[in-house]
Design a protein around this ligand. Structure first.
Ligand code: NAD
Ligand code: ZN
Length: 357
């Protein structure tokens, strides 16, 4: 048996208003006059928040379009543009939801690794450490701030650049930055965290490390989405820590059925991560009875609409594509269903599930 030697984020600052410390946090990381580049979620384009970014010298803000989830082409284009404009940079700071943070991780790696980011989709393929990178979430739930991956859609697959070089050098967890997230989006991304917890806690890979973080994250999600009747400042604080702890939980176990099935949806239909997980979670009581029951209660209580019928009218070939993508996520299925997962989740059974979505 071999145990994972888990590379963590190097520095974490937490607290309402901690974003104001960014200038002093970045100062020792500056290499001569090489700039810091801030990749900022397009939600903040034209907003006063941009004036709070501590620009010095040749520093640059790049507004990133996160209408679709990050693509290898987008990462390559951003890295090429920065290499052309500056040669080298001191670092890259991703400010936004999971998409903007993943873009920052990937761009950092592509500043120092040759070729295309598509060459590094997989496990431990990245050869060189990237440039300094920091992540600043403005939406809570994905756990992208703590993970060792950056999920990218490439020419042939949707797969992360998983490596010990991928985690951020620094994260800034300032709950004040999430306060303007729209109710629906906050729920979908919050449920990503809730689902991480259920999949980790109900999985066969569970261990005391994952359980400790998973139980805490689950409890925080329940406080926010089950117990309270309105959103408040404390909710932003709780969900931000839930995201962190949920990410820590899956880092040392694995996700499960909802993620494996949702990856098929997002590959074929472009369904976004949070909402895709919710669409699947609505139909998998067979695997997670208590979790799905509570999930449905949260959906109703928070007045959220979960899309249905998204697989109507798809062809056999399209169903096969989703099934292939999903069954390719072997560790997720093994965590969810055990070593004999292939005899449990047959192609026919998975097809029947996709038809319900
Ligand atoms: P997102 O980053 O795609 O953003 C969703 C929407 O919310 C966007 O329109 C964005 O502009 C908006 N938004 C972000 N912050 C806001 C704010 N403060 N106020 C108002 N609007 C705001 O959503 P997400 O759910 O955070 O991230 C999903 C992405 O994360 C996917 O690309 C997924 O693959 C990735 N992901 C990565 C990991 C990982 O470990 N690296 C884990 C899970 C998911
Ligand atoms: Zn997830």
């Amino acid at each position: 048996m071999s145990f994972r030697n888990f590379k963590m984020v190097s520095y974490v600052v937490y607290g309402r208003g901690s974003f104001n410390q960014l200038d002093e946090i970045l100062a020792p990381q500056r290499k001569g006059d090489a700039p810091m580049v801030f990749l900022v979620d397009h939600f903040f384009d034209g907003k006063p928040f941009l004036n709070r970014i501590p620009l010095r010298g040749k520093d640059k803000i790049v507004i990133v379009d996160v209408t679709q989830e990050p693509k290898t082409k987008q990462v390559d284009a951003l890295a090429d543009q920065l290499k052309e404009e500056f040669g080298t940079i001191s670092g890259v700071i991703g400010i936004g939801g999971g998409s903007a943070m993943d873009l920052a991780k990937a761009v950092s790696l592509m500043m120092t690794n040759p070729g295309s980011s598509a060459d590094y989709q997989g496990w431990d393929l990245v050869k060189h450490p990237g440039v300094y990178k920091a992540g600043i979430p403005t939406l809570s739930g994905t756990g992208a701030e703590v993970s060792r991956t950056t999920v990218l859609t490439g020419p042939t697959r949707k797969l992360g650049m998983n490596s010990d070089f991928t985690p951020f050098d620094q994260i800034v967890l300032d709950p004040d930055l999430t306060k303007d997230a729209p109710v629906n989006q906050r729920f979908y991304t919050g449920m990503d965290c809730y689902i991480h917890c259920i999949e980790s806690l109900e999985g066969t890979f569970l261990n005391e490390f994952s359980k400790s973080y998973g139980e805490k994250a689950l409890q925080l999600c329940q406080k926010v989405f089950v117990e309270k009747n309105h959103w408040d400042e404390e909710s932003d604080e709780q969900l931000m820590m839930a995201s962190y702890a949920g990410g820590m939980s899956i880092a040392y176990s694995q996700v499960g059925v909802a993620h494996a099935v949702s990856y098929g949806l997002s590959y074929l239909l472009g369904t976004k991560h949070g909402i895709g997980n919710c669409i699947v979670m609505n139909h998998i009581e067979e695997f997670y009875p208590a979790g799905v029951k509570e999930f449905k209660h949260m959906v109703a209580k928070n007045n959220i609409e979960i899309p249905a019928g998204i697989c109507k009218g798809l062809t056999d070939e399209q169903f096969d594509t989703m099934i292939n993508v999903s069954l390719g996520m072997k560790p997720l299925w093994e965590n969810a269903l055990g070593k004999n997962w292939e005899s449990i989740m047959t192609r026919d059974k998975l097809r029947a599930l996709y038809e319900k979505l």
